[in-house]
Design a protein around this ligand. Structure first.
Ligand code: AHR
Length: 314
């Protein structure tokens, strides 16, 4: 029989469950909604779990507070989706001292001592950024524009998050190879539609020669599209602007049919099944891989999006 620090009222009827405290980033995007739901679907009592869910509202201090509460509650596992990469040492040390394993989901942390967490289950953000750069390279070549000067802007995700850092760094690796690709400006839109629109409006006021918009998630991209349409700009093969996005949620693939997004690099939100499998291995005393990537692909305007959308779950 498991014992933990949860008061008897909270634990009534949950005896024997594996208690998991989950510190989620927030609810800033469609991607995030799917990610949260997948945890709620999998970490159920039917499957032997009691899930304590905390929404950090995109603030590290809320997530730190949530982890400290999980430690007080003596949960069996902590799942952390860290809003930013740095500043976790102290609280992870506290979890380690309390003997509670921490599993990172989606984003990762930068810590000197990697024994502060058991493993990370998430996306290869840098690879996503590289793939986006390579796609643009090929597209411009196909269009016979490889020798043209190309003006770009980037809407970055939450500054200091591993999703932002990885995607920006990955794209930069390809950008560096092209002296005629000019990055006019990068600004954070914090992964939200409202800020994405605000940032794009600002870019449009400053620059009238934007050829390519790199937007580090779909919700910011929806804001970008609204701003471009309001400014009378056309997107797509025959348009003024090429929009490249990340996540590949259903609504983004839907507007891709009109070439409002030309290519979208998938970020798989279904980390919960791998996290749950990892916990089962840990329960059996088995070793787990320190880094576990979820599978992800990409989509572009040339694909049969209608059929893709029929089978897409998110
Ligand atoms: O960490 C994953 C990123 O965070 C997704 O790209 C984005 O939509 C979310 O908010």
């Amino acid at each position: 029989q498991r014992t933990n620090g949860l008061d008897t009222e909270e634990m009534a009827g949950h005896d024997g469950c594996i208690v998991v405290g989950y510190a989620q980033v927030g609810s800033e995007s469609d991607w995030r909604t799917t990610n949260t739901q997948s945890f709620k679907n999998i970490f159920t009592e039917e499957n032997g779990y009691y899930l304590i869910f905390e929404d950090g509202q995109q603030k590290q201090e809320n997530q730190v507070k949530a982890i400290r509460n999980f430690i007080l509650q003596d949960v069996d596992y902590i799942i952390l989706d860290p809003v930013v990469e740095t500043g976790w040492e102290a609280v992870l040390e506290e979890a380690k001292e309390a003997g509670i394993p921490v599993i990172l989901s989606d984003r990762t942390v930068e810590v000197g001592d990697e024994s502060l967490y058991s493993c990370w289950v998430g996306s290869n953000f840098c690879e996503e950024g590289i793939k986006a750069g390579e796609w643009l390279e090929n597209y411009l070549k196909e269009q016979g524009r490889e020798d043209e000067t190309i003006h770009l802007v980037t809407l970055q995700g939450t500054s200091g998050s591993s999703a932002q850092i990885g995607r920006s760094d990955g794209f930069e690796k390809i950008l560096k190879k092209h002296s005629d690709w000019v990055m006019l400006e990068k600004q954070s839109g914090d992964f939200t539609q409202a800020k994405g629109q605000e940032v794009m409006e600002d870019f449009l006021e400053k620059y009238d020669d934007i050829d390519v918009v790199i937007s580090e998630n779909d919700n910011m991209t929806f804001g970008v599209i609204d701003a471009l349409e309001a400014a009378g700009k056309k997107m797509g093969t025959d348009g003024d602007v090429i929009v490249i996005s990340f996540d590949a949620v259903k609504d983004a693939l839907t507007v891709m049919q009109d070439e409002k997004i030309m290519a979208d690099f998938e970020c798989n939100p279904l980390t919960a099944p791998l996290v749950e499998q990892t916990i089962r291995h840990m329960e059996n005393g088995e070793e787990v891989d320190k880094v576990q990537y979820v599978e992800e692909g990409y989509f572009d305007y040339t694909m049969d999006l209608k059929s893709i959308l029929k089978d897409r779950s998110y």
